[in-house]
Design a binder for this molecule. Sequence first.
Ligand code: FBP
Length: 338
Amino acid sequence: MSPNEELRTDIVTLTSHIIAQQQLSPKPATGDLSLLLSAIGSACKWISNVVRKAELLKVIGATGVTNVQAETVQKLDILSNEIFINLLKGTGRAAVLVSEENEEAIFIDTPRGHYCVVFDPLDGSSNIDCGVSVGTIFGIYELRDRSSKPSVKDVLRPGTEMVAAGYCMYGSSTIMMLTSGQGVDGFTLDPNTGEFLLTHKQVKLGKKKIYSINEGNAHAFDDAVKEYLHSVKFPPAVNGKVPAYSARYVGSMVADVHRTLLYGGIFMYPTGKLRILYECFPMSFLMEQAGGKSSTGRIRMLDVVPDNLHARAGIFLGTTEEVEKVEALYRKMDAAKK
Ligand code: FBP
């Protein structure tokens, strides 16, 4: 500890927070979910360590293979995936794992495995070589029926049935945002102690007017999206004042959603690149728990039922006001087509 560093004693670690949340659960808690969340915390610490040393360990760059989604697999994707899978398997509480990096679900035969974890071990990995923030995204379902054999049906369910979700961002600091349906809390990794410490208690969505989208895809946008973008660039005056929007786009979902969560605004990926189960659902769960909204443009994102493990959807998430503007423009567009 440096002499200037304040000695803190009001410490809440990720583990103590998870245990406290467990006590609040209306269902008699077994501690199984807590164990899984704790393993996810450990996995994220390991991934953070590898990401930070990637250049030095020479694990930067592509593997030369493409994944099930025809995307280039980075060396760090593989490492992060193995770390995540191994730590989750080690809990003995996970029955089904779905990773962006694996075409098929992984089934684990273990007597106390009652949960399914869906995850993207290293989202935004195409940005790694230039040092941009990347992150891990995860969501957790409970098996539908503990007495039946686990199947993909246990994860091909609406996002409203997730019991917990979160992301960990490897940026200027390593920050994990977590919800188990009782609001959103954020934890910053203290590099000295190796602990995630509670730094963002009960996060509420910011109020800034920021729009975030890859406009290079504008040629493929629906008219509703084009109209929304026009409205934020040339907003009508309200009481004689023109509301000024800012544009921000990192191109790494975790970083763009993290900023949206803390500052406010709207993040959009309308052309259906992002995966429903392990990108759209966890982020939508967090966004709703922070007081915002998430939509496909036509329906609530968490009501979607994915028809396959790697299904994709267009997504608009952020402050309720902005997401509802997009939804209204979709309704207008659809009505005009009738
Ligand atoms: P990867 O899983 O291949 O990294 O793609 C996901 C992602 O990087 C998101 O994190 C991000 O929001 C989006 O793709 C950016 O896409 P684009 O480069 O088309 O703007």
